[in-house]
Write a protein that binds this ligand. Structure first.
Ligand SMILES: Cc1ncc(COP(=O)(O)O)c(C=O)c1O
Length: 385
């Protein structure tokens, strides 16, 4: 099986799995309990928080809030910061981009129902947010700007540091969904200048169901998860220490992989694009590689239905994706591809290839060769949706 669908999720790294098992065995206490078993767990939780803060360049470990994943972190940040900004500063406008994950777009839609003005900015053909429109939209009523660091479908990297400067100049706060950035790009909250940021362990060789919300000290924030006072009152619920220990290890392991093998990953992705475009007539790259995360390539095939091609690829032992993973059965092109200006046919014929650190050059050539056979075969057949 060749796994070129690693933006959907990554396999758990062996070191991470060992840490998950070890922490499950060694820390059976509740980190909130005052007795010896609880304080032992609490001490390790603190250590994990410090290690995560160090990798993200956060000044204070208390700025790290552990959550159940990217979706929760995005919801918590978008809703929590916007609500608090309205309450404390009378600001009631949020700005986001057309290619955000639904984990950001849906909370922005929800805020609109709660009386906020929510503006969705367009992107260019490469998926970069329109900065002219950003400047025109920012104003004294802006509570929050939420723009992802890297896109899940085409990999476009956004100018977050510049967005932070512009937004802060008008007194607004900035959130960035960095779920697809960790392990592929350097994620430093101070270089980015963000007030909050989301991560999800299963996108960087950790387990599913655990994530990070970075929340800069002093950022107005209303906690939506009501209950106990865990995580400094920013996220109620018994803290899943084994998963957090695994997330911490995964962040360290993926950062090491990025530094040691990031260039190789990018070379593999570039080789894939080169071979596919050369071997499959009527194939085109969406976006521009120089603007993308090093592992992602979005390629469209003329005259082919992507869902159909994916099934044939799966039968041939290749995993990839059309649109985003959660949209496997949806026949309309994703909102991301539409926002790039692709029509139904172009979007419908698009496949996302997302590589990981375990992939090889042999796999790349194998995939290009199989596509060179499958695509013309499918063009010759009536489309079966
Ligand atoms: C950019 C982006 N944001 C958020 C999420 C949601 O993260 P999770 O699966 O941890 O809820 C994903 C997952 O696909 C993603 O790619």
């Amino acid at each position: 099986m060749i796994n070129f669908d690693q933006n959907a999720t990554t396999p758990v790294d062996e070191e991470v799995l060992t840490e998950l098992i070890r922490a499950t065995r060694d820390f059976s206490g509740n980190s909130s309990s005052g007795h010896s078993l609880g304080t032992k767990a609490g001490k390790y939780l603190r250590e994990c928080r410090e290690r995560v803060a160090k990798i993200l360049g956060a000044s204070d470990p208390d700025e790290i809030v552990f959550t159940s994943g990217g979706t929760e972190s995005d919801n918590a940040a978008v809703r929590g910061i916007a609500y608090a900004m309205r309450e404390q500063h009378g600001r009631n406008e949020v700005i986001t981009s057309a290619i955000e994950h639904r984990a950001v777009l849906s909370p922005c839609d929800w805020l609109r129902e709660q009386g906020f003005k929510s503006t969705v900015l367009p992107v260019d053909r490469n998926g970069v947010v329109d900065m002219g429109a950003m400047r025109n939209t920012l104003g004294p009523k802006t509570a929050l700007v939420s723009v992802m660091m890297a896109n899940n479908e085409i990999g476009t990297i956004q100018p977050i540091a510049e967005i932070s400067k512009l937004a802060h100049a008008v007194g607004a706060r900035v959130h960035s969904d960095a779920v697809q950035a960790a392990g592929k790009l350097k994620v430093d909250v101070n270089e980015l200048g963000v007030d909050s940021l989301s991560l999800s362990a299963h996108k960087f060789y950790g387990p599913k169901g655990v994530g990070v919300l970075y929340l800069r000290k002093g950022t107005p924030y209303q906690c939506f998860m009501l209950g106990g006072t865990h995580e400094g009152g920013k996220r109620a619920g018994t803290v899943p220490l084994p998963q957090i220990a695994a997330l911490t290890k995964a962040l360290e392991v993926s950062e090491r992989k990025r530094l040691e093998h990031g260039a190789e990953l990018q070379a593999l992705r570039d080789q894939l694009v080169k071979e596919v475009l050369a071997k499959v007539p009527g194939s085109h790259l969406n976006g521009e590689l120089a603007l993308c995360t090093p592992n992602t390539a979005s390629i469209r095939f003329d005259g082919v239905y992507g869902g159909h091609l994916l099934r044939r690829m799966d039968e041939a032992g290749i995993l990839a994706s059309a649109g985003s993973a959660c949209m496997w059965e949806i026949t309309k092109p994703s909102h991301v591809l539409t926002a790039l200006g692709l029509n139904d046919e172009e979007g419908g014929g698009t496949i996302r290839f997302s590589l990981g650190y375990g992939n090889t050059a042999q796999e790349v050539t194998q995939v290009a060769d199989i596509l060179a056979k499958l695509v013309p075969e499918m063009r010759a057949q009536p489309v079966q949706k």
